[in-house]
Design a protein around this ligand. Structure first.
Ligand SMILES: *[C@@H]1O[C@H](CO)[C@@H](O)[C@H](O)[C@H]1NC(C)=O
Ligand SMILES: *[C@@H]1O[C@H](CO)[C@@H](O)[C@H](O)[C@H]1NC(C)=O
Ligand SMILES: *[C@@H]1O[C@H](CO)[C@@H](O)[C@H](O)[C@H]1NC(C)=O
Ligand SMILES: *[C@@H]1O[C@H](CO)[C@@H](O)[C@H](O)[C@H]1NC(C)=O
Ligand SMILES: *[C@@H]1O[C@H](CO)[C@@H](O)[C@H](O)[C@H]1NC(C)=O
Ligand SMILES: *[C@@H]1O[C@H](CO)[C@@H](O)[C@H](O)[C@H]1NC(C)=O
Ligand SMILES: *[C@@H]1O[C@H](CO)[C@@H](O)[C@H](O)[C@H]1NC(C)=O
Length: 900
């Protein structure tokens, strides 16, 4: 499912940290004693900037927030990091020429607007300049920046700064920048044009980040001169051409990120010289040629992502000797030949994706030695032979995909019994044998054995797999009857077509089923109408629309099932036009009639009595239709129906959101529109919000520790899905305990996803502060730029709230003090529950709390990704070394958890 891996930042951080500590021993400027005239000029500059309020003079200017002076009361440091004023500060209002002794300037996360003015070049003593994460900062880089020859660190990442990188910045003939600069971060801006070759003059650089800009052209060969580089990130640009072999001179490099560009040519064999490399990311480029066998000398490599290129040839044996590798992604290339049996030596491997290549031969049995593996995708190759039985040793395996190969023989019986296995896709092979031989555990969520040669009746056990939401068994030789349990599972996709199943179709394949295909079997009588709609062609849908559904349309699974939200949704606009006038309800994936007037009747025109909650974007009502079906309706506070374009994109967007299918995400069925009043129609969850459940004592006690851990896991999985598996990624923006809903089994679902995007479609990256007070990430107050990391913060708050039973506001604000860190974890747990005793539960609580603390880190870059969190929660099977009652918050704040 993932063609590329987003690498975590931990390593990058570590490097930055070391670099910073090692190099920024701030050079205190030797200052001549300033005259009282120049001091009053300094005070005047601070006053005129308008950045501080009050009466500023040379008598008090050193006492201003964020200002540090030397003994002569001349300003040496300005540090306004994370300090927020409104209206925003304008950068150019500061007259830098009046601050000759300024050595350190940090204006990151400051809500700065405007542009960088030329006179910043007069700060001749500046060693550190940080303007990062100010989303309203714009304009070009002034050439005078190059006059800051003492600069050690320059960070302007995360702004709107545009234009080319001026080659003059690093011109030695002009004595610019150059010798001292150690860290240069210009990532996440709008810089364009080529990478100037003069950048190679910055010979002290250890870290260069130009990622996520629009930089084009090729990498200048002079890059080889940056011999001190430890980290080089040029990902997400429009760079092209080959990688110059001079890159082999960067022998100190630890991180090399070149992904998401247009690089072509082959990977230069000299890469072997980069013996310190730990992470290489080159995915989504146009690289061709073979993988050089010299890769085998990169013995420190832990992360290798070459996916989505045109790399061919066979995988060199040497790759399988890199014992430190944890992640290998070479999917979506044209690699051929067999998979070496040496792969068994990569015992640290957790992630292996070789999908969509031309690999042949059989899967070596040594794969069973990779006991840490949690993700294995070898799909869409020409692999043949048996599935090795040794796979059943992979007890950490979460996802296994061998689909679209030529595997034959039996499915190893214990494979489905792997304790963590949630996704098993063996479809489109030639597997044979009796399906009754297979084992399944409750962990399984996605099971696809379709297009094989399996025989026998469906196991009764299938009907008890309560987490299953995708079941594909079509095109086999299965017979017998459908197990009754299957009808009550919350399946989203069920395909049993093209078998020889018989008997009666159990009643209960209700509207909860997204897509059901039972065709081409030997069932008694007619297949009920509801089971057929998956086969309707578009024309037939249109036909039905014209004939039987004049104004208010009911869509019965308009387009065939789409499980992955990556799939592009093509919305047929002629369908939309039919129902344009008057009231309309567009409900997908619901096979009953629903009409605007029914909804109005069911809620007595949105009477307050039916209101069950109010969130950031609107109020939620419970509506029971005459058929007995219950929906949740969200009536939006704000809706712009006037703009016809908005109307169209809105429908597309809603339809896209209705495709989102995850068992921990509340299903959105569609929307209704009337008189500019608009409401979204959602699945109804019986137990209401987590917020209420935690505040009502009786309900809080029902939420035991196991349920709470499961709730945290569910939210993590759902967010990881929205962030990583949806294209474009969906940032929720309003995660709070109000938006986590519980069903009758106390399982959690995330609701209200994508609502922000619906309401403010042009503002996909900016937020008109939505979100719920107490859950909003602190940086949003300063930058207004919403990223996945804002959701991560809110998740951390909700996770802590779930563990301690109330909003963790007090806890979070006290954590800064060292004494609070001595508090024991057992003392903050929700006291309404008895302390957990089961070791697994205890371990999970400790892990979840530690992850939650990491998520509420004030620095977004230091927060883990949801993918990381959700995987940690899934795969951690370690046991706790410290007794539960001896664990203090300090230990949890320390990332090195004491697990053995
Ligand atoms: C398995 O791989 C195939 C083809 O590469 C893909 O279509 C399918 O979605 C994958 N299955 C899962 C569960 O990701
Ligand atoms: C790489 O791309 C450039 C155009 O960007 C093209 O001229 C060149 O032939 C390509 N080289 C290879 C090896 O494909
Ligand atoms: C694998 O494919 C190569 C050609 O790419 C062929 O020469 C070789 O015989 C194949 N091996 C097997 C085991 O099919
Ligand atoms: C069910 O599977 C068959 C064959 O495997 C396929 O043709 C059909 O489209 C599938 N049905 C649905 C609803 O996906
Ligand atoms: C399908 O099952 C019936 C018994 O239910 C059997 O008589 C028939 O031969 C089977 N057909 C095939 C093609 O296996
Ligand atoms: C929508 O459906 C109509 C009728 O089948 C067809 O003529 C038209 O090309 C379709 N439009 C799109 C955008 O698919
Ligand atoms: C948001 O960001 C994406 C890519 O990061 C970009 O394509 C899009 O134009 C941005 N939207 C706005 C409104 O800035």
């Amino acid at each position: 499912m993932h063609t590329s891996i987003t690498s975590e930042n931990n390593m990058t951080f570590f490097v930055y940290y070391v670099v910073l500590v090692a190099t920024i021993i701030i050079i205190v400027p030797a200052s001549a004693k300033p005259s009282s005239f120049s001091l009053s000029m300094e005070a005047k500059a601070l006053r005129i900037s308008g950045w501080w309020s009050g009466n500023i003079s040379s008598a008090n200017h050193c006492e201003l927030q964020g200002i540090t002076c030397n003994e002569a009361r001349s300003v040496t440091r300005i540090d306004l990091h994370l300090s927020y004023t409104y209206p925003s500060r304008k950068l150019e209002y500061m007259n830098w020429t009046s601050l000759p002794n300024l050595g350190y300037l940090n204006l990151s996360y400051c809500f700065l607007a405007g542009s960088i003015s030329d006179n910043i070049g007069s700060l001749s003593k500046l060693t550190s300049l940080d303007l990062s994460s100010n989303s309203q900062l714009e304009g070009a880089l002034p050439l005078t920046l190059g006059n800051l020859t003492q600069l050690v660190e320059l960070n302007i990442s995360g702004t709107q700064i545009s234009g080319p990188i001026p080659s003059e910045l690093a011109a030695p003939s002009l004595k610019r920048f150059v010798k001292n600069l150690v860290k240069l971060d210009m990532g996440y801006n709008m810089l364009n044009g080529p990478m100037p070759s003069s950048i190679s003059q910055l010979t002290s650089l250890t870290s260069l980040d130009l990622s996520s800009n629009i930089i084009s052209g090729s990498i200048p060969p002079e890059i080889g001169k940056l011999k001190n580089l430890v980290s080089l990130d040029m990902g997400s640009n429009m760079l092209s051409g080959p990688i110059p072999s001079y890159i082999g001179q960067l022998t100190n490099l630890i991180l090399l990120y070149l992904s998401l560009n247009r690089f072509n040519g082959s990977i230069p064999p000299v890469i072997w010289k980069l013996k310190n490399l730990r992470k290489i990311s080159m995915h989504d480029n146009l690289f061709s040629g073979p993988i050089p066998s010299s890769f085998g000398q990169l013995s420190n490599l832990i992360f290798l992502d070459l996916s989505s290129n045109r790399i061919g040839g066979s995988i060199p044996h040497e790759i399988w000797k890199l014992k430190n590798l944890q992640v290998i992604n070479m999917g979506h290339n044209i690699l051929s030949g067999p998979i070496s049996s040496f792969l068994g030596e990569l015992i640290d491997l957790t992630y292996l994706d070789l999908s969509s290549n031309r690999l042949n031969g059989s899967i070596p049995p040594e794969i069973g030695d990779l006991t840490h593996l949690s993700y294995l995708d070898l799909s869409s190759n020409f692999l043949a032979g048996r599935i090795p039985w040794s796979l059943d040793q992979l007890t950490n395996l979460y996802s296994l995909n061998l689909s679209a190969n030529q595997m034959d023989g039996m499915v190893p019986p214990d494979l489905g019994g792997l304790p963590s296995l949630s996704e098993l896709d063996l479809s489109s092979n030639q597997l044979s044998g009796h399906i009754l031989n297979l084992q399944f555990t409750n962990a399984i969520q996605y099971l696809d054995l379709s297009q094989n040669q399996l025989i026998g009746p469906l196991p009764e056990k299938l009907g008890q797999l309560s987490n299953l939401f995708y079941l594909g068994l079509s095109n086999n030789y299965l017979n017998g009857i459908i197990p009754t349990g299957l009808a009550s599972l919350p399946l989203e996709y069920l395909n049993l077509s093209h078998n020889n199943l018989s008997g009666e179709i159990p009643i209960g394949f209700t509207g909860r089923h997204g897509s059901v295909d039972l065709s081409n079997n030997a069932f008694e009588g007619q297949i009920p109408h509801r089971c057929q709609h998956a086969h309707l062609k578009k024309e037939e849908v249109l036909h039905i629309l014209f004939i039987s559904l004049p104004l208010i349309a009911i869509f019965l699974a308009l387009i065939g099932f789409m499980f992955l939200c990556r799939a592009k949704v093509k919305y047929n606009q002629s369908v939309a036009r039919v129902i344009k006038n008057g009231d309309m309800c567009l409900i997908w994936n619901y096979d009953g009639k629903i009409a605007y007037k029914d909804i109005i009747a069911a809620t007595n025109d949105f009477d307050i009595r039916y209101c069950i909650g109010t969130g950031g974007y609107g109020s939620v009502y419970r509506a029971q239709l005459p058929s007995g079906k219950v929906f949740a309706l969200k009536k939006l506070h704000r809706f712009e129906a006037e703009d016809p374009n908005f109307d169209k994109s809105f429908k597309n967007e809603v339809q896209m959101l209705t495709k989102i299918r995850h068992r921990n995400i509340v299903k959105l069925y569609g929307f209704c529109l009337h008189n500019k009043c608009m409401f979204l129609v959602y699945e109804y969850l019986e137990r209401g919000s987590l917020f209420c459940s935690l505040r009502i004592d009786v309900e809080a006690v029902e939420l035991g520790w196991t349920q709470r851990v499961n709730i945290i896991k569910a939210i993590a999985h759902a967010l990881s899905y929205l962030h990583n598996d949806c294209n474009p990624p969906i940032v929720h923006r309003d995660i709070s305990s109000n938006n986590i809903l519980l069903n009758s089994e106390l399982e959690a679902c995330v609701s209200d996803f994508g609502t922000a995007r619906l309401l403010y479609p042009d503002s996909s990256n900016q937020t008109v502060i939505a979100g719920t007070y107490g859950y909003i990430a602190p940086e949003l107050a300063y930058t207004m730029v919403v990223t996945e990391k804002s959701d991560v913060y809110s998740f951390g708050v909700v996770a802590l709230e779930t563990i301690i039973g109330k909003h963790p506001g007090e806890l979070l604000s006290s954590l800064a003090s060292l004494s609070a860190q001595n508090i024991m974890l057992s003392d903050i747990l929700d006291s309404r529950l008895p302390h957990p005793t089961n070791p697994t539960v205890v371990r999970n609580i400790v892990l979840a709390t530690a992850l939650a603390f990491a998520c509420v880190h004030s620095e977004p870059r230091s927060r883990p990704t949801m993918l990381f969190v959700s995987q940690e929660l899934l795969v951690c099977k370690k046991t706790l070394a410290t007794p539960f009652r001896a664990i203090s918050l300090r230990q949890l704040l320390n990332p090195e958890l004491d697990f053995t």
